[in-house]
Design a protein around this ligand. Structure first.
Ligand SMILES: Nc1ncnc2c1ncn2[C@@H]1O[C@H](COP(=O)(O)OP(=O)(O)OP(=O)(O)O)[C@@H](O)[C@H]1O
Length: 611
């Protein structure tokens, strides 16, 4: 009988729980992978499997259902892809029969594209044997049917897309042997409950399921009950001294001071390297971009209004080092987080922007519903399957700036997970509005900041449980004061009308850069600059003098007088003491495997560009 989402699931079988203490396998070859897959991992420059890969791959090859919890950026994608490829290659040795053998479900369109790309690179030495297809709501039903009639071995889709095609009999799950739910802690929060139930009821018996998640929440438990048969639980919280790739800082400031500080930080290069700046909504994206434009600072945007092609293209270019700053609106963070969440005991309540200290649970959920419904109303034009803080593999991000604090510690965890990926280091800096400074500068005020201090308290608690500290980032506000006049000048130019126009202009520009035009520009590279996503929107009045920083504005010690140098600098690589995660990933038996040259994760072209 079909189980309902939310029904009580069996308790996690402790005997089945694997911890990271067990001996790690050191090479991909030790995992028993096909030589074509070994070639593919080598061509990615991966020297050794990450922890989750070395634990999950042998179990999956052994046919076990797996529920793996591993931190963001730890290589979960390849951990579930490689065993699937291995199984398909093995089967194809005996029979060349083609059918869909694996279904990979992810919560957003961005992730559909990203996972498909990882699949394409990992099948680059067996692309004739394994066909991969993605389902997208940008394709007509007929086009999707055509894609599926080719019997791809692996299909990647959101649960809604998958169910749509199953329902239309375009996608047959009859011979599916592998199912993956990636970002399992988030998939329900995108409202896929019914789709997942329907998909579950169409699955053949005995198929092997893998659930991948950055956190273990009640939602993950629900999905486990729905899809898994007594899975092996891999709880791969990294050992304490192994984590801490992200140095976390917080700065308490006034609402307009966020703009002042970000201007100083970026213009004076107090923060070096590539940055993702998270803001609360689409308007805020444009406000900050137009504000930056006043000072000649280029940035590109990611928000749910932009076409998915353009978003994917912008992330690819950011990863290639074409842009240094992405301003991303994190609109979907509120969905699904209306109730308390527990993440291995971490309390993670989402706030709604209305509640006070005395809020009752009923009032809380009512208020949350109001915020959600207003967000949903506003977002009718937007892609509801959009998500930036979830799973997107931004490369070599030096700093994540929470310009607007997220509404929950869970969102915070996913946001900061965009930096310090695959063993790198990075920094997260969050702006927090203290209660007494809330609503003191209406043009730059946002509703949700009312609860910043409460959310911060939860973040600190959550991070403390993980053995991490969120430290204050001290600015010398007196030294920054000299820039206030310029900040006000720039802010005044960013009017509501300018924002509205910028939004329309950007949308038009981005629609023009659709896939077909992109191909045209690829054939005509001289025109490629039109494809850039960080072009100026120029809907504000022009103030060319703001683009330069005259020396008289700086304190006499120079920019170092603004903030102590040890927090202003973002280290790109941790000093290795032989104990850290990098050491574990890249070292074997006391011997370092591979050098800087062979490890693409250590080639920081972007950094030298920024200097
Ligand atoms: N064995 C490896 N060695 C080095 N780098 C790796 C290895 N496996 C994966 N990577 C790289 O690590 C990065 C993060 O991988 P991936 O996106 O799979 O992480 P994740 O755990 O799924 O993160 P998230 O939870 O945010 O989705 C990618 O850039 C990937 O290319």
């Amino acid at each position: 009988m079909k189980r309902k989402l939310g029904e009580n699931d069996e308790p996690v079988p402790t005997a089945n729980v694997e911890t990271p203490s067990a001996k790690m396998t050191t090479t991909f070859a030790d995992l028993g992978l096909d030589s074509r897959l070994l070639q593919a991992t080598a061509s990615q420059g991966w020297q050794t499997p990450t922890l989750v890969q070395s634990k999950a791959i042998p179990l999956a090859i052994d046919g076990r259902d797996i529920l793996a919890k591993a931190k963001t950026g730890s290589g979960k994608t390849a951990a579930y892809i490689l065993p699937i490829l291995q199984a398909i290659l093995k089967r194809k040795q005996a029979s060349s029969d083609s059918h869909t053998a694996a279904l990979i479900l992810v919560p957003t369109n961005e992730l559909v594209n990203q996972v498909t790309k990882v699949l394409e690179s990992l099948t680059s030495f067996c692309s004739r044997e394994i066909k991969v297809s993605k389902l997208s709501d940008k394709l007509s039903d007929a086009a999707q049917r055509a894609v599926l009639s080719d019997s791809p071995d692996i299909v990647v889709a959101t649960p809604a897309r998958a169910w749509h095609n199953i329902k239309n009999s375009a996608l047959s799950l009859e011979q599916v042997t592998h199912l993956v739910l990636d970002e399992a802690d988030l998939v329900l929060s995108y409202g896929y409950d019914e789709d997942l139930q329907s998909v579950a009821s169409s699955l053949p018996k005995g198929l092997q399921t893998t659930l991948m998640s950055a956190t273990l929440t009640p939602e993950v438990d629900t999905l486990k009950g729905l899809f898994c048969r007594n899975p092996t639980i891999l709880d791969l919280a990294e050992p304490e001294d192994d984590e801490g790739g992200v140095s976390q800082y917080v700065v308490k400031c006034g609402e307009d001071e966020k703009f002042l500080l970000i201007y100083c930080m970026v213009k004076l290069e107090l923060v070096k390297g590539k940055a993702i700046i998270f803001v609360s909504d689409v308007d805020r994206c444009y406000r900050l971009k137009l504000f930056f434009e006043q000072f000649g600072i280029r940035s590109c945007l990611l928000n749910s209004e932009l076409p998915v092609n353009c978003r994917v293209h912008a992330v690819e270019e950011f990863n290639r080092g074409v842009y240094n700053i992405i301003i991303a609106s994190d609109e979907n963070e509120v969905i699904g987080d209306e109730k308390d969440q527990t993440d291995l005991g971490d309390e993670d309540t989402i706030d709604n922007g209305h509640g006070g200290n005395t809020e009752t649970p009923e009032a809380h959920s009512k208020n949350t519903a109001t915020v959600q419904s207003s967000k949903r109303r506003k977002s009718s034009r937007r892609d509801k399957n959009y998500g930036v803080s979830r799973g997107i593999d931004f490369k070599n991000v030096a700093v994540v700036i929470n310009f607007d604090l997220p509404l929950s510690s869970r969102s915070y965890l996913h946001r900061i997970g965009r930096t310090a990926r695959a063993g790198q280091t990075g920094m997260a800096l969050s702006f927090v509005i203290p209660k007494d400074k809330f609503r003191k500068h209406m043009p730059t005020s946002i509703e949700t900041a009312e609860n910043d201090e409460k959310v911060l308290a939860r973040i600190i608690k959550q991070q403390a449980k993980r053995g991490h500290e969120v430290k204050p980032y001290s600015f010398d506000m007196k030294a920054v004061e000299a820039f206030r006049y310029r900040m006000n000048d720039a802010l005044r130019a960013v009017t509501k009308v300018a924002i509205r126009e910028a939004r329309l202009r950007e949308l038009k520009q981005e629609l023009l850069k659709s896939e077909s035009l992109k191909r045209h520009f690829e054939e005509n590279p001289l025109e490629v600059r039109h494809l850039r996503h960080d072009v100026e929107l120029r809907t504000t009045r022009s103030q060319p003098h703001l683009k330069h920083v005259p020396d008289y504005l700086l304190p006499k010690e120079g920019k170092k007088g603004i903030t102590p140098k040890e927090v202003g600098f973002v280290p790109f690589k941790k000093v290795l003491d032989g104990k850290g995660r990098r050491a574990k990933v890249f070292k074997s038996k006391g011997r370092r495997i591979g050098g800087r040259k062979n490890d693409p994760l250590r080639s920081f072209k972007a950094r030298s560009k920024n200097k």
